[in-house]
Design a protein around this ligand. Structure first.
Ligand SMILES: [Zn+2]
Length: 1010
């Protein structure tokens, strides 16, 4: 029996039907499900699967705290009793009525721009870059230029009562100037005002569902791919300039024009619309492209074919991705005490690819073909087509993505987890205080702590919080609710870090509100006159880790740090920035950590479920390559605010911080990707840790993180069954619930190369190549990495030319339709700052970008490598102007343009721009009077100004990091920075223009063919 013959992937409706009051699951709104049918049946051979953590999960290493070291601290009674004071037991949340929007509370909703206007006229490329010679790099941003004083006395190491009087004039900015966008006043619903829109009012898709009929399988908007014998529509190219069809904008606009219907995931092997297209997704049995995107939706059947084509076989998985308000978040399914039902052999979770047989008493696994007994409580009769009659009532039988409630078997030490904790660790050295960072963080936290993630908006967040400040020594704070004032405990021996208090360190915000507020008011005053410039870093993470260990919970550390940690301590670093190494064989060492200490520490953090987010405020080299090791290995994030100046940068920092604290996040996660026989997951790219070859361990996993998975053949695949993958992520939710999120994906398999080349996704291929290359620089010279990329792409295109394209003259470059943009995008990867840096790009910036890109999804890598450039001469409400190509020659002197990369946002103003436009945007008629230091546009009362600010807001809302606006006047010095992002042009660092690169690729391909 063919196990995949009757999979419900092609059911005509994507959502479960009404009548969803079926016991066993509830929509994922955070509440526990209603009482499920308990397992009362007779004993059966069925055994629940083993926990998927794998053998690597050891017991937590919570040992007794060190007691012997002669630490200096006060008010610390170190008793055994204190040490056993754990957090209060968690109260399970009560069952809640279904609220489709509830899951979206803790994160932003991306804004989905409105329909676009008519497609653009064809844009001819004339390839001349005359007048575009860029001879010097962009200027280094001007720092405050002060010389810090010499390090002197350690700060107060006793309990304090009143802040010492400030003794220097460079005080932190006054409180009133701190947040320009204060959080909303009250109520959890208000958190949406940060960056989102309200949840959808109702679940429309449910009501419009039709019963399944087999005829409807292929009547969706997608047309099955034509047979391979059919003439292909290649893009051919013979001249020096790329034809218009190869212009990225045209491809993007064409895709938008043809994607008018919702994308249904029921047709196996159907490539989704591009990431640049707005579309609605209906889950019909495969994961939404918002969760999983593949490089190829028609995989070659054999390893030989795959090798011949050189097309990478990979998927980019974003397990906790936020969905737009009109799509339903994954349902939570409870299979009862026995836990989720799984294949006995390969342990795959119940999914639409399981085929029920023998009247429903057993099921055959779509991954390994093993037959497993159905436990009595899960038994259901089959209809005449062999489908369970409850198929469409159960998410795990009809949908591509859903969650299972995990049982205690899936928990560390067979114990249900505690809710996670957030610990804020703030650098209070001279630089940190002087830049205003300390003051801003403390002011912001007073409000932000009310917006800690929660699954049920009606309830307080279960997340507890703790506070540490540090320079060369660490200061812990007791903020127990019974105290009148917070107490400081100083640990100055940082060589063997421990936490000097347990009771009162991690607290509930509401209970300890007054003490916390008092602490946050006092911290900036306490350190206002510090002269300490040296910092430690390793002990800071150790302190947070030890605190989580002591509380026996997972959690997140928010570290706010300014400088290279040169103070004597574990993890001490030296300045090793050496630009002479760039371009040499030793360049790779600059991307590697300079000491092994942080790798070891990262491993310990992962074992505890301790995720680290690092906010950097450097004025010089801080060695991001080394400091980023722990964040990158624990699923955390690194944010960098070079030359941080409160006035100019706090908006960006605060928006990033707010989003980071509030966003949907899971802890202590393990991801496993299972595949059907014939292929297997062989490599993984992202922010995580692996102690074996199969389990991706993530101390934390948030809604913005993506993991790229590469697949290799280990046998033949069959065209009939296709290839299946199931990505299962076990994690602890922010309320302390243990869950499994499951994403299923089936793709077609082909024995003809032409079918492969008809169904690839170039944006996903580029995501894979960039991560592959950016990891490659750790061990190879950058030139070797670039050469490898060019060679592999040339092979991909040469294989197509040789095997799939119709005969034509050798002078023609023929590209597969879906890879038309491979050369232009690949060129952008090749000339990125990581692989080909300009003289002005710092080593820290390169290390930072390398880490950042490693966990980007396809949408983010796309806009990062090929920025969006919008002409703003005419704005209409409800639609965006059609973008133009990233080239100098697309810019008109009389125009104004907006460019965004996901990290940067520029407003470029032409030198002879019309007065009316200037008046509308800036309120001034004169080009000379535009203040290019502004970071936000003036609020003017005209439709143009209003619409432009709306567009900027919507761009910001779509990205995971806040983009600071930079106004660039034509021919100003800052224009050099802007030009760096005109990626079709030759770059200052020697990167080829698109046209030159296309010629180069053509030559490489011809060489391979001859
Ligand atoms: Zn199996």
């Amino acid at each position: 029996m063919n196990v995949n013959q009757h999979t419900p992937m092609a059911s005509p409706y994507g959502q479960p039907q009404p009548g969803y009051s079926q016991p066993g699951y509830v929509p994922l709104d955070g509440g526990y499900p209603g009482p499920y049918a308990p397992y009362n049946g007779p004993a059966s051979p069925y055994q629940p699967g083993a926990p998927p953590q794998g053998p690597a999960r050891g017991p937590p290493t919570t040992g007794p705290l060190p007691v012997s070291a002669p630490h200096q601290y006060n008010q610390y009674s170190h008793s055994q009793g204190d040490m056993q004071n754990g957090p209060p037991p968690m109260t399970p949340p009560v069952s809640q009525p279904y609220n489709p929007g509830a899951m979206n509370m803790s994160g932003p909703h991306p804004t989905y721009p409105q329909h676009y206007g008519p497609p653009p006229t064809m844009q001819q490329v004339s390839n001349q870059m005359s007048g575009m010679q860029i001879t010097s790099g962009p200027p280094t941003p001007a720092g405050p230029g002060y010389a810090p004083p010499h390090s002197s006395q350690p700060p107060v190491s006793t309990a304090y009562s009143a802040p010492p009087p400030p003794s220097y004039t460079q005080a932190p900015p006054p409180v009133s100037s701190a947040p320009t966008q204060p959080p909303p006043p009250s109520g959890p619903a208000a958190s949406q005002q940060y960056y989102g829109s309200p949840p959808p009012p109702s679940q429309q898709p449910f009501n419009s569902s039709l019963p399944p009929t087999s005829q409807q399988q292929f009547t969706s908007s997608s047309v099955p791919p034509p047979p391979s014998q059919q003439t292909l529509p290649p893009s051919s190219y013979s001249g020096p300039a790329p034809p218009p069809g190869q212009a990225p904008i045209q491809v993007i606009e064409d895709d938008k024009a043809k994607s008018t219907e919702p994308f249904t995931t029921g047709v196996r092997g159907q490539a989704p619309p591009l990431v640049t297209t707005n579309f609605q997704v209906k889950d019909q049995g495969n994961a939404s492209p918002r969760f999983v995107r593949c490089t190829a939706y028609n995989m070659p059947c054999t390893a030989d074919m795959a090798k011949q084509s050189q097309v990478p076989l990979a998927a980019v998985v974003k397990p906790l991705a936020m969905l737009p308000p009109d799509e339903t978040p994954p349902y939570l399914v409870d299979h009862g005490e026995g836990g989720p039902i799984r294949c006995n052999r390969c342990k795959a979770y119940m999914c639409p690819y399981m085929q029920f047989i023998e009247g429903g008493r057993r099921f055959q696994c779509g991954f390994c073909s093993c037959v497993t007994e159905v436990p009595p409580h899960y038994f259901q009769h089959l209809d005449h087509t062999g489908k369970r009659v409850d198929c469409y009532d159960r998410p795990e039988l009809s949908l591509g993505s859903y969650e299972f409630l995990a049982t205690v078997d899936y928990c560390k030490n067979n114990k249900l987890p505690q809710p996670p904790a957030f610990i804020f660790l703030i650098d209070v050295s001279y630089n940190a205080v002087k830049s205003g960072m300390v003051n801003i963080v403390c002011q912001e936290l007073k409000t932000l702590l009310d917006y800690l993630p929660r699954e049920n908006p009606e309830m307080d967040s279960a997340v507890r919080v703790g506070f540490v400040t540090y320079n060369k020594v660490l200061h812990f704070y007791n903020v127990k609710s019974s105290l009148a004032q917070p107490q400081m405990l100083v640990v100055s021996d940082v060589s063997d870090m421990f936490v000097p208090l347990l009771d009162g360190f991690l607290v509930n915000v509401n209970e300890s509100r007054l003490v916390i507020e008092s602490l946050l008011d006092q911290i900036p005053e306490m350190f206002a006159d510090t002269r300490e410039t040296e910092t430690v870093f390793g002990p800071v993470i150790q302190a947070g880790l030890e605190a989580l260990k002591a509380a026996d919970c997972a959690g997140k550390l928010f570290v706010f740090h300014t400088s290279l940690p040169i103070a004597e301590a574990p993890g001490k670093l030296k300045n090793r920035e050496d630009k002479k190494l760039i371009g040499t064989d030793k360049e790779k060492s600059l991307f590697q950590p300079q000491v092994g200490f942080y790798n070891t520490l990262a491993k310990e953090c992962v074992a505890q479920g301790c995720c680290v987010d690092l906010f950097l405020f450097p004025n010089q080299y801080v060695d991001v390559a080394t400091l980023g090791v722990v964040p990158v290995s624990t699923g955390g994030s690194v944010y960098k605010y070079t030359y941080f100046q409160a006035q100019l940068d706090q908006e960006r920092f605060l928006n990033d911080l707010r989003r980071d604290v509030q966003k949907l996040v899971g802890f202590d996660a393990v991801m496993r990707v299972r595949t059907s026989t014939g292929i297997r997951a062989t490599d993984f790219f992202g922010s995580f840790f692996m102690s074996n070859t199969t389990d991706v361990e993530l101390a934390g996993l948030d809604c913005d993180k993506a993991i790229t998975v590469e697949f290799k053949h280990d046998d033949k695949l069959s065209e009939e069954t296709g290839a299946l993958m199931q990505c299962a992520v076990l994690y602890t939710s922010c309320s302390g619930q243990r869950r499994l999120r499951i994403h299923n994906m089936a793709v077609n398999c082909c024995s003809q190369l032409a079918d492969l080349y008809r169904n690839c996704e170039t944006d996903t291929i580029i995501n894979f190549f960039s991560k592959y290359a950016f990891r490659g620089v750790l061990n190879n010279p950058t030139k070797a990495v670039r050469d490898t990329l060019v060679n592999q792409c040339a092979q991909i295109l040469a294989c197509y030319r040789k095997n799939c394209a119709s005969p034509s003259s050798a002078g023609q470059l023929i590209l597969p339709e879906c890879m038309k943009l491979l050369p232009v995008y690949l060129n952008c990867v090749l000339k990125s700052d990581v692989l080909l840096p300009g003289a002005d790009v710092s080593l820290d910036d390169r290390a930072y970008l390398r880490q950042l890109i490693s966990c980007m999804d396809v949408t983010e890598t796309h806009v990062f490598f090929y920025p969006r450039l919008l002409p703003l001469m005419k704005l209409e409400s409800g639609s965006l102007p059609v973008a133009v190509r990233d080239s100098e020659e697309r810019l008109s002197k009389g125009g104004v343009y907006l460019l965004e990369t996901g990290l940067h946002l520029f407003l470029w103003v032409g030198a002879s721009v019309q007065q009316e436009l200037l008046l509308n945007i800036f309120g001034t008629p004169s080009f000379g009077q535009i203040d290019s230091s502004m970071t936000s546009l003036p609020v003017l009362d005209n439709p143009f100004s209003q619409r432009l600010r709306e567009i900027i807001d919507s761009f910001r809302a779509q990205r995971s990091r806040y983009m600071k606006l930079m106004v660039v006047k034509q021919e100003d010095r800052a224009e050099l920075i802007f030009r760096h992002f005109l990626v079709e042009d030759k770059s200052a660092s020697g990167g080829a223009s698109y046209v030159d690169f296309l010629c180069h690729m053509h030559k490489e391909i011809r060489q391979l063919l001859s």
